[in-house]
Ligand binder design. Structure first.
Ligand code: NAP
Length: 260
């Protein structure tokens, strides 16, 4: 069993929906104080209501993670409201699909700033508060898409998710003197509001490609993030954990079916 996370102050970006809400739920259920952040205020306050109804200590701070001033405000708000900042789950991200020949340069830029630049901004803004606390933990939500796999229409997305890992591998060294670890969870296909927008055909074809024959749930990612934030993971930094029901492993269709 992992040591208690009770009373720790946690920021979860993209916490109003999907994986971020699942991460917030897992931490809040264990007594952490969780600040969720997203752009949409209605969904943000609705998530707070839902998580509080389950007994969680949860607040919402509106924030666009690609905006430096908003990100600085997020970290200072969390530290002020909760008295410190201990854990950052940099999870917010977007995954619009567009083939390369149709993609406009600003569509490429938007994905990079929402998914990759945002990781840099959140980490940079959190460091002073981790210094005040004496230590800190950072968990990035990357993806199997980019680091391991590709999907037509996801070149910008895959680049951003691989980029997060490149960023992390240098950040982990720079952060050691701040007593901060940084690791990444790489989800496979997880049922979320965002994923459902890709349509039932997409979901069915993904389920058929996963040896476990089902998509993951948001708490599956929450538990992996909780491990990286735990005392027991204190000697792990710059590492990745794939949570995908075995999706990246099979070398053959028979392997996907688990028959040979
Ligand atoms: P989702 O259901 O669409 O939720 C995305 C969350 O991020 C929302 O709370 C959204 O709120 C927030 N967000 C998006 N852009 C933001 C911005 N610029 N500033 C602040 N918040 C922002 O997506 P999801 O499926 O949970 O994905 C969450 C993360 O997991 C992403 O980084 C995604 O790449 C990664 N991931 C997902 C899967 C999957 O299968 N679902 C697989 C691999 C990796 P607002 O729109 O209101 O801002």
């Amino acid at each position: 069993m992992l040591s208690s996370i009770e009373g720790q102050s946690v920021v979860v970006t993209g916490g109003s929906k999907g994986i971020g809400k699942g991460i917030a739920k897992v931490f809040a259920a264990r007594g952490a104080k969780v600040m969720i952040a997203a752009r949409g205020e209605e969904a943000g306050y609705k998530a707070v209501e839902e998580l509080r109804a389950q007994g969680g200590y949860v607040e919402f701070c509106p924030c666009d993670v690609s905006d430096w001033s908003a990100v600085k405000n997020l970290m200072s708000t969390a530290a002020e409201r909760f008295g410190s900042l201990n854990v950052l789950c940099a999870n917010a991200g977007i995954y619009p699909t567009k083939r390369i020949f149709e993609m406009e340069p600003d569509e490429w830029d938007k994905v990079q700033s929402s998914n990759l630049k945002s990781a840099f901004l959140c980490v940079k803004a959190a460091i002073p508060y981790f210094d005040q606390a004496g230590s800190g933990r950072i968990v990035l939500t990357s993806s199997i898409t980019g680091p391991f796999t590709g999907i037509p229409g996801c070149s910008h997305y895959g680049a951003s998710k691989s980029g997060q890992l490149g960023f992390m591998r240098t950040a982990c060294m720079e952060l050691i003197k701040h007593n901060v670890t940084i690791n990444a969870v790489l989800p496979g296909n997880i049922i979320t509001e965002g994923l459902m927008e890709l349509g039932q055909d997409y979901i069915d074809s993904m389920a058929a490609s996963i040896p476990m024959k089902r998509l993951g749930c948001t708490e599956d990612i929450g538990h992996a993030a909780l491990f990286f934030a735990s005392k027991e993971a204190g000697y792990i930094t710059g590492q990745t954990l794939v949570v995908d029901g075995g999706q990246i492993i099979p070398e053959s269709f028979k392997g996907i079916a688990g028959i040979g």
